[in-house]
Design a protein around this ligand. Structure first.
Ligand code: RIB
Length: 312
C-alpha cells in the first residue's frame, strides 16, 4: 500500500481581481483583471500534496462543499490533480465556500472568505475519519474550519499515530490544548506574531530563532516559521535549520504558504530529512508565486525538481 497523507479543511472558489495596489478601507480602486480559480487552504494543500508527490503518496481531501457548480468544479480539479475526494461531502444547507481576493502589483493579496459549507465540517466528521487518519503518515489542518473540528481532528489524528501539521491561517490566537496536539506548526510572520500575542507585523531574519523558540513553548513538537521570500526557519527544541528563500519575480503569493506546507509534509512523508524537506517546500512555494491563482499556480514535482537542480 502507498503511504498516505490526508488534508482536512476548506474548499473555496476564489474570485480574484488584480490591481496596482490594494484599496484602503472605504476606497475604490480600478483593477485590470478578473478570474475565478479553485482555492481554499485545505483544497490547495491537498492539490499541492497530490501534484508534488506525483503518485508516491495517496492523498485524501476531507471537507464540505454545497450542491452547486463550484463544489463540482473544486472536486473535479482535486481529482484531476490526483487527490481522492471521496471524503468531500456536499451539504444542502449551505453553498460552497468562496473567497474574494485582491492582488497588487507586487503579488501581495488581501482575502475575505465566506465559509459556506466549510463551516459544516464537524467533530463527528473527524471521528468518522479515524480510520483514514490511522492510515495516514501526515494529517494537515488549517483554520478555515470550525475550531472544535480542528481541535477534534488534531486529537484524533494524534491518537491514531499520524503526524499532525497545523497551518494557523487565517491568523488567530489558539489555546494550549490545541497546540499541544500539533506535531508541526507552520505560521507565517503575522500568524506567528498573533499566536505570540504580539502586534501584527513582520519578523526579520535575526528575530526568527527567538520567535520559533517562543512558539515552541506554546506546545507544538516543532515549528516551521514561514518567512515569505526570506525563506523558512525550523526548530524542534534541539535542531535549528534555516532555508533561504529563492529569488523569483512575484506575480501572486496566493497559496504559496499552502504549497510550502504540502511540499514539506510530502517530503517528510517520503522519508526525506528536514533540511531537504525545507528546500523542496521553498522551491515549490517559489514557483507558485510566479503564477496567478491558487491551485493553478501549484507546480508539479517535476517542475520543482527541475527548478532546484538549477539552484544551490
Ligand atoms: O491560502 C490561500 C487561500 O486562502 C485562497 O485560495 C482562498 O480560498 C483562501 O482560503
Amino acid at each position: 500500500m502507498r503511504p498516505a497523507l490526508a488534508v482536512a479543511g476548506s474548499l473555496n472558489m476564489d474570485f480574484v481581481v488584480s490591481a496596482a495596489r490594494l484599496p484602503a478601507p472605504g476606497e475604490t480602486v480600478t483593477g485590470h483583471n478578473f478570474h475565478t480559480a479553485p482555492g481554499g487552504k485545505g483544497a490547495n494543500q491537498a492539490c499541492a500534496a497530490a501534484r508534488l508527490s506525483a503518485g508516491r503518496l495517496a492523498v485524501r481531501m476531507i471537507g464540505r462543499c454545497g450542491y452547486d457548480a463550484f463544489g463540482d468544479q473544486l472536486k473535479a480539479g482535486l481529482a484531476a490533480a490526483g487527490a481522492d475526494v471521496s471524503g468531500v461531502h456536499a451539504v444542502r444547507a449551505a453553498a460552497t465556500g468562496v473567497a474574494m481576493i485582491e492582488v497588487d502589483a507586487e503579488g501581495r493579496n488581501s482575502i475575505v472568505i465566506a465559509p459556506g459549507a466549510n463551516a459544516m465540517l464537524s467533530e463527528a466528521d473527524m471521528e468518522q475519519m479515524r480510520p483514514v487518519f490511522a492510515a495516514s503518515s501526515f494529517v494537515l489542518f488549517q483554520l478555515e474550519s470550525p475550531m472544535g473540528t480542528v481541535a477534534a481532528g488534531l486529537r484524533i489524528a494524534r491518537d491514531e499515530g499520524a503526524e499532525t501539521m497545523l497551518d494557523p491561517a487565517p491568523a488567530r490566537a489558539l489555546d494550549g490544548e490545541m497546540l499541544r496536539a500539533v506535531d508541526v506548526l507552520t505560521p507565517n510572520e503575522s500568524e506567528a506574531r498573533i499566536l505570540l500575542g504580539r502586534e501584527p507585523g513582520e519578523i526579520e531574519l535575526h528575530e526568527a530563532a527567538e520567535a520559533a523558540r517562543a512558539l515552541l513553548k506554546l506546545g507544538p513538537r516543532a515549528v516551521v516559521l514561514k518567512l515569505g521570500h526570506q525563506g523558512a526557519f525550523f526548530f524542534d527544541g534541539s535542531v535549528e535549520l534555516f532555508q533561504a528563500g529563492y529569488l523569483v519575480d512575484s506575480v501572486d503569493s496566493t497559496a504559496a504558504g499552502d504549497t510550502f506546507n504540502a511540499g514539506f509534509a510530502v517530503a517528510l512523508a517520503e522519508g526525506k530529512g528536514v533540511a531537504e524537506a525545507l528546500r523542496f517546500a521553498c522551491g515549490a512555494a517559489a514557483i507558485s508565486v510566479t503564477r496567478s491563482g491558487a491551485q493553478p499556480s501549484i507546480p508539479s514535482r517535476a517542475e520543482v525538481e527541475n527548478f532546484l537542480s538549477t539552484r544551490a
